[in-house]
Design a protein around this ligand. Structure first.
Ligand SMILES: Cc1cc2nc3c(=O)[nH]c(=O)nc-3n(C[C@H](O)[C@H](O)[C@H](O)COP(=O)(O)O)c2cc1C
Length: 362
């Protein structure tokens, strides 16, 4: 029997299997609004059998977008635009989720779909960025270091976005604290050079993330799960200072379990340009395993998980409770249907939309 196709229940929400679509920016929004592209993109994965479909990093404030074409959830207009998308995903049997994000000093950058590189100048639709620090990410414009009061006001922006996500019909929110974006800019000692209560010691560096989780948990329904995505390591060069690492990630995950977080989504990297990543099939799975063992929180594993048996082994081996797929999903939105076929899941248990059931016939 397949464990990959076993349902997973977190609070009152059950995903029909453990194959989840990882959040992926589509660089296709105007003013942060999702549109027909997002409906078709996310809808295709829902119809393709995913248990959970996570909408891309969606900025909680306009200046939190990675590129000017990124999605957002900072106004009621965004809520209205997301609602039909969340509804369609649910109608296909998948759980609709959305990632809440702020890019900090990595905001206002050129979409990879356009020609430019680095920071988009204000004359071309960009904006001034903010961060834990005034030091830029290599190759980008320098941010303004937020004041202590400005930092203390951020959790409320995430909470407001969570309320909009609930109104739009999402059943999971994920706080984006990975990939060198704003919350990670506070977590990483390689980026955070503050001397106030949000910088320096471990307790101070994690403070903003804990406050964001508290604010979102208070605003988000009790019955709905809250995920957090972390970069489990900065992949700092051996000959330099130590970065954020898997031990700190596990410690923070354990702390957040007591603050109402329900699952940690374990990625890596993105804080510094000098990172030395050792990539390969399933390269981040051991991080998910370590965080799961040390924190007692369920985890999702992500990163070069592309093969059905490989995904099955991640769950069966106790490395993670779910797998998140990104690029392979872009190649093949119906990946879970192929996986069901290859793993021999009976037709009636495979996540086919009725219109596609003939695909299960051998
Ligand atoms: C086009 C694209 C957009 C992405 N956007 C996001 C995002 O919005 N939020 C996020 O946390 N990760 C984002 N990622 C990272 C993926 O979610 C995933 O962690 C990464 O691609 C590794 O998984 P994979 O090997 O299955 O692609 C993006 C990746 C791609 C390829």
């Amino acid at each position: 029997m397949s464990v990959l196709f076993e349902p997973l229940t977190l609070r009152d929400v059950t995903t029909r299997n453990r194959i989840w679509l990882s959040p992926m920016c589509q660089y296709s929004s105007v003013d942060g609004l999702p549109n027909n592209w997002h409906l078709v993109h996310l809808g295709a994965h829902a119809a393709g059998g995913y248990g959970l479909v996570m909408a891309e990093a969606s900025a909680v404030v306009p200046e939190g977008r990675i590129s000017p074409q990124d999605a957002g959830i900072w106004s009621d207009e965004h809520t209205d635009a997301w609602r039909p998308i969340a509804d369609f995903v649910r109608s296909q049997g998948a759980v609709p989720g959305i990632q809440l994000a702020h890019a900090g000093r990595k905001a206002s950058t050129w979409s990879p779909l356009l020609e430019g590189r680095g920071t988009v100048p204000e004359s071309e639709g960009g904006w001034a960025t903010v961060s834990s620090t005034h030091r830029p990410f290599t190759g980008y414009a320098a941010p303004r270091a937020l004041s202590t009061d400005e930092v203390a006001a951020l959790p409320e922006r995430f909470a407001e976005a969570a309320v909009r996500a609930e109104t739009a019909g999402f059943d999971v929110v994920e706080i984006h604290a990975a990939h060198g974006y704003l919350l990670h800019q506070f977590l990483s000692p390689l980026v955070n050079d503050r001397t106030d209560r949000y910088g320096g010691s471990y307790d101070n560096r994690v403070r903003l993330t804990v406050e964001v989780v508290d604010a979102v948990r208070a605003a988000w329904p009790d019955g709905k799960p809250l995920f957090v995505r972390f970069s489990a390591t900065d992949w700092a060069p051996d000959d330099g200072p130590d970065g954020w690492d898997v031990a700190q990630t596990a410690e923070l995950a354990a702390l957040l379990a007591g603050h109402g977080a329900d699952l940690v989504d374990v990625s890596s990297g993105g804080a510094i340009a000098e990172q030395q990543i050792a990539t390969g099939p399933g390269f981040q799975v051991p991080f998910a395993r370590e965080v799961r063992l040390k924190s007692d929180l369920p985890t999702a594993a992500v990163g070069l998980i592309t093969d059905p048996q490989q995904a099955e082994d991640v769950i069966a081996g106790g490395d993670a409770d779910a797998v998140m797929l990104a690029r392979v999903g872009l190649r093949e939105p119906g990946w879970p249907l192929r996986a069901a076929h290859e793993l021999g899941i009976p037709r009636e248990e495979a996540p086919y939309p009725p219109q596609y059931v003939r695909g299960a016939w051998r």
